[in-house]
Design a protein around this ligand. Structure first.
Ligand code: B16
Ligand code: MG
Length: 218
């Protein structure tokens, strides 16, 4: 197997499913502002930054807020979200991911995190994965959100790897676009109709097996 490669993993939707907690907190906020927020609406927020998520949510409800009100609601949403995150355990790691990380470790293949979430280090700590990543890049490190490739390019730099030798694992359309723009190989996790631009698409993380990796790496 080729060794000169490294992986960059997205967090929400790839390592854990935090979208369900984002959904609960955003829905409560929408309800407080007087409108409904559905699971379908929540799809629009996947991989999107917190600030941009609020803008999209306010657009759905056709609600306008002042800058200070927006700040207040962002803090409120994150406080509720952190309440859920603080209860997370290793049981919430998505199927297949532990085996895959074991396989990468055994083969001396490095991996980094490339997430839009400013809460990424806390989430990794809660599920017991914080120490396993060679490098972390999260929402605190980037000035441009996905689909801009910044998050993954910083990840490659931290791993001391060339972009073309990095493989990104992503569940969001914007994330796949960011990986492709960064000249990296992209593996999409989810609906092939939505993630058609990815080099490879797997329906869910349990299909992301060492056998699949061996196939694409050889
Ligand atoms: P936070 P990812 C993203 O994580 C989520 O998919 C997205 O829904 C969320 O708004 C974003 O993180 C920011 O999260 O509020 O914790 O900073 O998929 O890039 O790992
Ligand atoms: Mg994601």
């Amino acid at each position: 197997m080729k060794k000169e490669i490294a992986f960059i993993f997205d967090l929400d939707g790839v390592i854990v499913d935090t979208a369900k907690y984002h959904f609960l907190a955003w829905r409560n906020l929408a309800n407080e502002l007087g409108f409904e927020f559905t699971k379908q609406n929540n799809e629009l927020l996947k991989g999107v930054s917190r600030v941009r998520s609020l803008e999209i949510l306010l657009g759905i409800g056709n609600v306008e807020l002042s800058e200070s009100q927006k700040q207040e609601y962002l803090i409120k949403k994150n406080t509720e979200y952190l309440g859920y995150v603080n209860q997370m355990t290793a049981d919430e790691i998505l199927p297949g991911i532990n085996d895959l990380l074991d396989f990468l470790d055994q083969n001396n293949i490095k991996y980094a995190l490339g997430s839009a979430s400013k809460n990424a280090p806390l989430i990794l700590e809660k599920v017991g994965l914080l120490d396993r990543f060679t490098a972390l890049v999260d929402g605190n490190d980037v000035s441009k959100a996905k689909p801009d490739p910044e998050v993954f390019l910083i990840g490659a730099q931290k791993l001391q790897m060339k972009p073309e030798n990095c493989i990104v694992v992503e569940d969001a359309i914007a994330g796949v676009e960011a990986a492709n723009t960064a000249n990296m190989t992209s593996i999409g996790i989810g609906d092939a109709k939505l993630l058609g631009d990815a080099n490879y698409v797997l329906a869910n993380t349990s299909e992301f097996t060492p056998k699949f990796l061996q196939k694409i790496l050889n």
